[in-house]
Write a protein that binds this ligand. Structure first.
Ligand code: PHE
Length: 338
């Protein structure tokens, strides 16, 4: 009997399963009415008196071990067992990760940069917090000049403000390089305006500057016609209307033939067939001199456009606020292949 108990102890201790059914069979095999452990207890009566104490202890040990084993395995099969097998299906395909999309303003800004880089324009950058000289004075806005009111400025302290246009970058480029200069300056600009569908207190610009010997208005016109055709299609026409900026003389505003109705007249162009997209002009000689470029030897043209305006025309968006609200339902419409 001693041998039988020891053999059973080894069998019980080494038993393992994570199936509930197997565990139940094991329980019946050991502790059931005709189970091996039960039978041993039944046989205990006939054990010789001298070894009764020793066998009794062994039997008790066997029973507690069996009970303990069953309890442990029961817990295990209930906490994972069958459930785990379902979760761990390694043959399932993985869940797809949704990729983001580029912001429509970035898409259009990159496209503008691309178009101008194909005709030799480099990209220049500058600070958003700007001093009075680079944002105003060097660009011919005199101290008392009413033109300073044209752009409602966010001042940080006396003579330091958030730039109101990226022409400030071009002043820095002119100060630090010698002609020929061919550069475009993309960036965010700030103006103190009430937020609505058509105006915001910050927006984005791309401004361009070309300075060399004998640069003429015809060069400006041809460059902008090239841009308009690349951006809005080869049938696009341009029209220049006289305008005023302190830093250009003569100055103009440029319209393109309405990209929606091809110039026939619709509600986007308010029936005129034309939509305004940028300001431009020949750099005022005083600005060149301010930036230590000899205006007797050199001339240049400049232009500046709002990226939001171009984007709204390109994607038929009618509310400027959509660009800064980051609503994914809007942004997801611009998914591209990077
Ligand atoms: N800086 C002007 C603006 O912000 C745009 C402009 C740039 C006009 C260059 C003419 C020449 O409105």
């Amino acid at each position: 009997m001693r041998e039988k108990i020891k053999r059973l102890l080894i069998e019980i201790n080494s038993f393992s399963t994570n199936s509930k059914e197997e565990l139940e069979l094991f329980r019946i095999k050991m502790l059931g009415k005709k189970g091996e452990v039960t039978i041993l207890f039944d046989n205990f009566k006939s054990v010789e008196v001298i070894i009764k104490k020793e066998i009794g202890q062994l039997l008790n040990e066997l029973k507690t071990n069996t009970q303990q084993k069953i309890n442990d395995l029961k817990q295990l099969t209930e906490s994972n067992g069958d459930v785990d097998r379902k979760i761990m299906d390694l043959t399932l395909p993985s869940q797809s990760i949704s990729i983001g999309s580029r912001h429509p303003l970035s898409l259009v800004k990159n496209e503008i940069i691309n178009i101008f880089s194909r005709i030799g324009f480099a990209v220049s950058d500058g600070p958003e917090i700007e001093d009075d000289w680079h944002n105003f004075s060097a660009l011919n806005f005199s101290e008392e000049h009413p033109a300073r009111d044209m752009q409602d400025t966010f001042f940080i302290e006396d003579k330091i403000a958030l730039r109101t246009h990226t022409s400030s970058i071009q002043v820095r480029v002119m100060e630090n390089s010698k002609p020929p200069v061919r550069t475009i300056s993309p960036g965010r600009v700030y103006r103190n305006e009430a937020i609505s569908a058509r105006a915001h207190c910050f927006f984005h610009q791309v401004e361009g500057l070309y300075i060399d010997k004998n640069v003429s208005f015809a060069d400006l016109k041809q460059t902008l016609l090239y841009f308009a055709k690349e951006m809005f299609g080869s049938d696009t026409k341009i029209r220049l209307r006289p305008s005023y900026f302190p830093f250009t003389e003569p100055s103009a505003e440029m319209d393109i033939s309405c990209p929606f109705c091809s110039g026939k007249g619709c509600n986007i162009c308010k029936g005129s067939g034309w939509v305004e997209i940028l300001g431009c002009g020949m750099v005022d000689p005083a600005v060149l001199d301010n930036c230590k470029i000899d205006s007797k030897q050199h001339s240049g043209f400049a232009f500046g456009m709002g990226v939001e305006r171009i984007t709204m025309l390109k994607y038929q968006t009618n509310d400027l606020r959509l660009f800064s609200e980051n609503d994914v339902r809007f942004m997801n419409q611009f998914k591209t292949e990077l």
